[in-house]
Design a protein around this ligand. Sequence first.
Ligand SMILES: [Fe+2]
Length: 189
Amino acid sequence: MTAPALESFIDQAMARSRGHADPADCVLALAPLMLDLIDHAGTFLAPQHYQSSPAGYNRNLVYEAPDRSLSLYALVWLPGQWTPVHDHGSWGVVGVVEGVLEERGYVRLSPERGADTEIDLARGGTVLLPHGAVTSFVPNPDHIHVTGVPAERPRAVSLHLYGRTMSNFNIYDVAARTRRRIEVAHNES
Ligand SMILES: [Fe+2]
C-alpha cells in the first residue's frame, strides 16, 4: 500500500508534468511538490529505501510510473561517494531528506550541444544542499554535474524525481573530451 503523502505527490506530479510540455515549466510546477514531500519522507521511506553500498552511492526505487514517464528514487550517499560527471537527458527535481548533498557544476564551452566528442567543459560553482533543500534541472542545454558527499561529511539521503525511468544517462570523460551513454542499476522496492 502506498502512503497517502506519496500517493498524493505522484498524482499531482503526473498531472503537472503532463500539463507542462516545456521542461522548465514542468520543474517550476513540481519543485513545490518536492518541498512538501520532504516533510513527509518519514511516512513512506522504508528500510529498503535506505540501502547503501560501500561500492558507490545507491539508487533505491520508490516509484516508477507504469508508462515510464516518471520515476522517483531515494539515493543514499556514504561519505566520499560521488557520481561521474554526467547529464540526464531529462528534467529532474531533487530534494534532500538527510545530510548535505553537494552538486558541482560544469559548463559546456563547445557549441555543439548534442555532440558526443570534442566536448570542452569548464568547472563551475558548487551548491551545498542541506536537509529540506530542493534543486532542479532541465535538458538542452545539458545540465552537466557531479553530485555526492565529501569524505568528511556524514551520509546524505535524497529524493530524485525524473521525467522518465532513469535507467541510463550520459557520463563525460573530461580529459578525453567525450561522453557516452551508460546503463545504471537500481534496487527495486
Ligand atoms: Fe544528476
